[in-house]
Design a protein around this ligand. Structure first.
Ligand SMILES: Cc1cc2nc3c(=O)[nH]c(=O)nc-3n(C[C@H](O)[C@H](O)[C@H](O)COP(=O)(O)OP(=O)(O)OC[C@H]3O[C@@H](n4cnc5c(N)ncnc54)[C@H](O)[C@@H]3O)c2cc1C
Length: 431
């Protein structure tokens, strides 16, 4: 007998992504409780796609057959000797982080929200910020995957070299990941300080200083008045270091109260600010678990440009401000270190990400995206895999030098295309 399907209510809830802008084309949602059940499902269903926490904004997790949710595979085991944690593919960062902290460990970075699954975030190269911080997938040291034939394959950074670098950011195309092993480090404390109204011109000569002013730095802007509306600086609390907060940061002023990046939204939803020290996992994300992250009613897009061209790219987008701002809730600028993951937008390129949180107005937003993509084309901007973009497949092919090898890897593990979907057909196999 095949393992359980989601109840009617669960099926209904799972039919759209978190933002509600995308309705999945699936017939069924399978909810296995063991790896053996995953194997049975994989053997008997096609097409099939793993579904994480549903936070992607496009069809990357969609299927025309079944989706499979690993939410019941939620084990977490620290190995102190190898300084790693092995997590079931259903685990979210919101579950993992407090567990790790309780064991005296931390992850190197987190995204803006803890609600997403480790497997889903790593599959799409989800990132946080920090000049020296690679995206979240760079912490992956091994993965257990049920491939199309139902067999369990384990790939590790140590043993599998280039093949591993191709498998980590796989957009769900390689198979169903059942376990992810992540590097951990000793737990640390952080503090977060917010400044308001940084003149954008400061980035012309101080971009690196600004982004290295903390462990993780985020700049928010609405693209108006050549101004960064908020600067969020997340710093590690080092023993003996001063906790004094400067009142001025390159012309920006220390916020007098806790803020939400979006005007008019409750700061209660955000992690602690005002320089108050706290655990790493309650400062690295902007938004708190058990609270709505961001706006809720929104769309998102994001483009990665080379960090050393960051200011030029900002100026290019700024030229479109009268098209962008009316559709925008907020933009965010972050930096991400280079990595060697084939399908990562930061592959061998220290990057700055230009993010857009849009009002939920797709017809209008879809007209602005090609304009942004055109302006950012000279910078070889790569779109975030899990957000909304209109970049063509042929353009993606020219941007991702490892795309042919990635296609070959998918062909090796999934020769019949069981895990292919519209997203992969368009963006990876199209053009
Ligand atoms: C409010 C909000 C804030 C966000 N902030 C950030 C941010 O700060 N930084 C950033 O980079 N992104 C951000 N994102 C985007 C988000 O991180 C990505 O969409 C991420 O992929 C979501 O993970 P998920 O668990 O919801 O995966 P899903 O959206 O469910 O799936 C994503 C992909 O992962 C694959 N997948 C999931 N589980 C498995 C598995 N077990 N085996 C194989 N493949 C699997 C799916 O097939 C799919 O291809 C944000 C999104 C939202 C809604």
């Amino acid at each position: 007998m095949l393992p359980r399907l989601a109840s009617r209510e669960q099926q209904a809830a799972a039919r759209t992504n978190w933002a509600g802008n995308y309705t999945y084309n699936t017939e069924r949602l399978d909810l296995p409780k063991t790896v053996e059940e995953v194997q049975q499902i994989v053997k008997s269903r096609s097409p099939l796609k793993a579904l994480g926490a549903r936070h992607s904004f496009n069809g990357v997790a969609d299927s025309t057959g079944d989706q499979i949710s690993l939410k019941y595979l939620d084990q977490m085991v620290v190995d102190a000797k190898s300084r790693t944690v092995a997590v079931g593919a259903g685990v979210t960062y919101g579950q993992l982080a407090p567990y790790l902290d309780g064991q005296g460990y931390a992850l190197h970075n987190l995204a803006s929200l803890p609600h997403i699954s480790v497997a889903g975030a790593c599959a799409t190269a989800t990132h946080g910020s920090g000049n020296r911080n690679g995206n979240l997938a760079t912490a992956v040291s091994a993965m257990e995957i049920v491939t199309a034939d139902g067999n369990v394959v384990v790939l590790s950074r140590e043993r599998d070299g280039e093949r591993f670098q191709g498998a980590v950011v796989a957009l769900g195309g390689l198979g169903v990941v059942t376990k992810v092993t992540l590097d951990v480090q000793p737990a640390f404390q952080m503090r977060q300080v917010v400044y308001e109204n940084l003149p954008m011109a400061q980035l012309e000569s101080h971009l690196d200083d600004i982004f290295s002013s903390g462990y993780s730095v985020s700049l928010f802007t609405d693209w108006q008045n050549h101004r960064v509306t908020q600067v969020w600086i997340k710093s590690r609390v080092e023993p003996g270091a001063s906790s004094k907060m400067e009142s001025d940061f390159l012309g920006a002023k220390l916020a007098a109260k806790k803020l939400h990046p979006l005007a008019g939204h409750a700061a209660e939803n955000c992690t602690e600010q005002m320089g108050i020290p706290g655990p790493w996992y309650e400062r690295l994300p902007h938004f708190r678990m058990n609270f709505t992250p961001s706006s809720g009613a929104e769309l998102q897009s994001e483009y990665f440009v080379p960090r050393d061209k960051g200011y030029e790219a900002i100026l290019a987008v700024e030229q479109l401000r009268d098209h962008v701002t009316p559709r925008l809730l907020i933009s965010e600028l972050r930096t991400i270190n280079a990595d060697n993951l084939w399908m990562s937008p930061c592959y061998q390129r220290p990057s700055m990400a230009i993010h857009f949180t849009w009002k939920p107005e797709w017809p209008a937003v879809s007209k602005v995206l090609p304009m942004i993509e055109e302006k950012l084309a000279p910078f070889n901007a790569k779109p975030h895999w899990a957000k909304l973009f209109t970049t063509s497949a042929s353009r993606l092919k020219s941007l991702y030098v490892k795309l042919p090898e990635y296609q070959a890897l998918l062909g090796h593990y999934d020769p019949g295309g069981k895990f292919r979907n519209g997203f992969l057909n368009t963006n990876i196999y199209g053009g």
